[in-house]
Design a protein around this ligand. Sequence first.
Ligand SMILES: Nc1ncnc2c1ncn2[C@@H]1O[C@H](COP(=O)(O)OP(=O)(O)O)[C@@H](O)[C@H]1O
Ligand SMILES: [Mg+2]
Length: 109
Amino acid sequence: MQQPNILLTGTPGVGKTTLGKELASRSGLKYINVGDLAKEGQLYDGYDEEYGCPILDEDRVVDELENQMKEGGVIIDYHGCDFFPERWFHIVFVLRTDNSVLYKRLETR
Ligand SMILES: Nc1ncnc2c1ncn2[C@@H]1O[C@H](COP(=O)(O)OP(=O)(O)O)[C@@H](O)[C@H]1O
Ligand SMILES: [Mg+2]
């Protein structure tokens, strides 16, 4: 049977990257951080002056991931989720953290 694809999503600072890497090291599944993938491949579509960050080219990210997702066994880490095809994932985890904890984490970041 094909290995499952897992989506870890949720607000920045909730622990997606920490959990995703830990899960990958224990399960042997492949961990992919979409932010890093976009940076490496420059999968951007302009720059958001208001937020001071590049705008993700969602279509190119989906194209880039398609073959690996078809194969299975991938853990995806990203704070957004609406542009991913539903068919990719066997299970989706939305991580949450108490706002007071989250505030301190993002402040130190
Ligand atoms: N389960 C947890 N318990 C306590 N601290 C955590 C936990 N998961 C992550 N953290 C801490 O919270 C911060 C943000 O985690 P990170 O994995 O980078 O979040 P995200 O990838 O969602 O932005 C880091 O300092 C990390 O060490
Ligand atoms: Mg992260």
